[in-house]
Design a protein around this ligand. Structure first.
Ligand SMILES: [Zn+2]
Ligand SMILES: [Zn+2]
Ligand SMILES: [Zn+2]
Length: 150
């Protein structure tokens, strides 16, 4: 936990942005979230930590963090508001069950070659990825096998 926190700070520094008080508080709130947080939850956490940090500052900070790849918005569960996922090492991976919305995290990543190829092919500079696989979790597989409907 402490390690990924310093990872986020390092990314912010590398991007050439200052570690302002508000940014440090927002980073800490993101970190305390354990990896996923909605903007509403983030507002609550940040304002609980320091009520002097306004809504506009928090959203501006979230925009900055999105732009430099510290977080990415995603739609998991049934929520209509995006959940922000942390990208301390520049990537984040999910397997999402399309039936029960279970989100399984995994760390294994074999995409360096693909990223290098894409950079050459498309003439782009990649800073990270959010990878989501969709399908049925083990429980939902078992249920659908029982019911015999696929
Ligand atoms: Zn499921
Ligand atoms: Zn996640
Ligand atoms: Zn990855």
């Amino acid at each position: 936990m402490a390690e990924s926190h310093s990872g986020l700070r390092a990314r912010l520094k590398r991007s050439g942005h200052k570690l302002t008080h508000a940014r440090i508080i927002v980073l800490a709130a993101l970190e305390a979230s354990g990896g996923h947080i909605t903007s509403t939850e983030l507002l609550e956490r940040v304002q609980a930590a320091d009520s002097g940090i306004g809504r506009a500052t928090i959203f501006r900070t979230l925009d900055l963090f999105t732009r430099i790849g510290i977080v990415r918005p995603t739609y998991i569960g049934t929520s209509t508001t995006p959940t922000y996922v942390l990208m301390p090492e520049g990537h984040h991976h999910h397997v999402i069950c399309t039936n029960c919305n279970l989100v399984i995290e995994f760390d294994e990543c074999d995409l360096d070659d693909l990223a290098t190829r894409l950079e050459a092919q498309l003439n782009v500079q990649l800073s990270g990825h959010l990878l989501e696989f969709y399908g049925l979790c083990a429980d939902c597989c078992a249920i659908s096998a029982e019911q015999g409907d696929d």
